[in-house]
Design a protein around this ligand. Structure first.
Ligand code: SF4
Length: 360
């Protein structure tokens, strides 16, 4: 991946910085990472080869400032020039990862408008506190391409209020590398993935980190396998990818209780008479009234209403009460469901009914 480091050095500002790889690497060479300086590659985007071609070219995005932070105060005097190089190289796309999103507007170009089309900003959120501090700012800024990166991911993080904005294109997760690496739990990664699917946001599992916990067992993973192990998990997700639905129905089929529900003659007759459009409307109404409130009435005590396919579908898919919704779909109790989450439940209910129809 092409990298452009216009300046080097940084300061630790939040828990994610504890084992910063820049500090780790510099210490091997006796270098003080807290000294911030422009590098010899400052103008790399404008440099050319002898044959006149750009030194930086190609389709791959250029990662800027990987040994510092683009919005570091010491870099304020240099940033306008860096933005200008980015503006001039519209043929390249640039990725900027920051823990200092609150400093985004310092030295922003006058012609920035709602953002240069060739710039993607990734806001780092290593824990819930930093997500709640940084993401409201991130969402309020004029940025065309926004992504979130949870790396090193230090705990389960709830992004739902921010994903609901529809302004976040992708969430990337990863663990921490190095000898002192803190634990990363696969359950946190899957939880973020589930949030992304519910809100239609792309998801990327980048790397496991060096200490990775899966189903209660802790693994020490060598640096050279951290990315390949994440790839092997095969859990990246893009909007429109329906494989999660197959995985869900596969899990449900392994539950004796959930798989005991089927459309019988009575429900089939009702379905035949009303049609799928009415089923969808009923599903939306049931979900909104019985499931979506923060504290639904009679939650957990619902029984399938005989004769209605949607109620059967709710029990068959673990969407019957907030307890089941958490257990099967990781949607927390005690808060109202977002509209996107209601759509997600309705989509599952209709899918169950369709599958039942097909299975005859
Ligand atoms: S912001 Fe990034 S580069 Fe700077 S100290 Fe923290 S982890 Fe290191």
């Amino acid at each position: 991946m092409p990298i452009w480091n216009p300046w080097h050095g940084c300061h630790k500002i939040s828990p994610g910085c504890q084992n910063c790889y820049v500090y780790r690497r510099d210490s091997q060479f006796g270098k003080d990472s807290s000294q911030v300086a422009r590098t010899g590659n400052f103008d790399l985007p404008l440099r050319k080869n002898r044959d006149g071609s750009w030194k930086l070219s190609g389709e791959e995005p250029v990662y800027a400032c990987m040994t510092s932070d683009f919005f570091l105060p010491e870099a304020d005097p240099w940033r306008a020039e860096a933005w200008e190089m980015i503006r001039l190289r519209q043929d390249l796309s640039f990725v900027i990862i920051t823990k200092r999103i609150e400093r985004f507007s310092v030295a922003l170009p006058a012609d920035w408008g709602d953002g240069y089309a060739n710039v993607t900003i990734l806001c780092t959120c290593e824990n819930q506190e930093q997500a709640d501090r940084r993401l409201p700012v991130f969402l309020s800024l004029p940025i065309r391409r926004r992504e979130v990166i949870q790396e090193p991911m230090l705990e389960e993080i709830h992004l739902e209020p921010y994903l609901a904005s529809g302004k976040i294109l992708r969430v990337t997760c990863g663990g921490e590398s190095g000898e002192e690496a803190r634990l990363c739990d696969y359950g946190w990664i899957l939880d973020t993935r589930s949030q992304c699917i519910r809100f239609g946001t792309a998801f990327h599992f980048k790397q496991t980190g060096a200490r990775f916990q899966k189903e209660g067992k802790v693994y020490r993973i060598d640096r050279k396998f951290q990315e390949s192990q994440a790839r092997r998990a095969g859990i990246d997700w893009e909007p429109g990818d329906r494989r999660w639905m197959d995985a869900l129905f596969d899990r449900l089929s392994r539950s004796a209780f959930r798989s005991s529900f089927h459309l019988r003659a009575r429900e089939r007759a009702y379905l035949e008479e009303k049609g799928m459009a009415v089923m969808e409307q009923h599903a939306r109404d049931f979900v909104r009234q019985r499931l979506a409130p923060a504290e639904p009435a009679h939650d957990g005590k619902q029984t399938p209403m005989k004769g209605h396919p949607v109620f059967l579908a709710q029990h068959a898919t673990g969407t019957c009460c907030r307890g089941c919704l958490y257990k099967w779909h990781r949607i927390p109790k005690g808060r109202e469901l977002y509209p996107a989450e209601q759509d997600y439940v309705v989509e599952i209910l209709l899918e169950w009914i369709r599958r039942q129809q097909k299975s005859g």
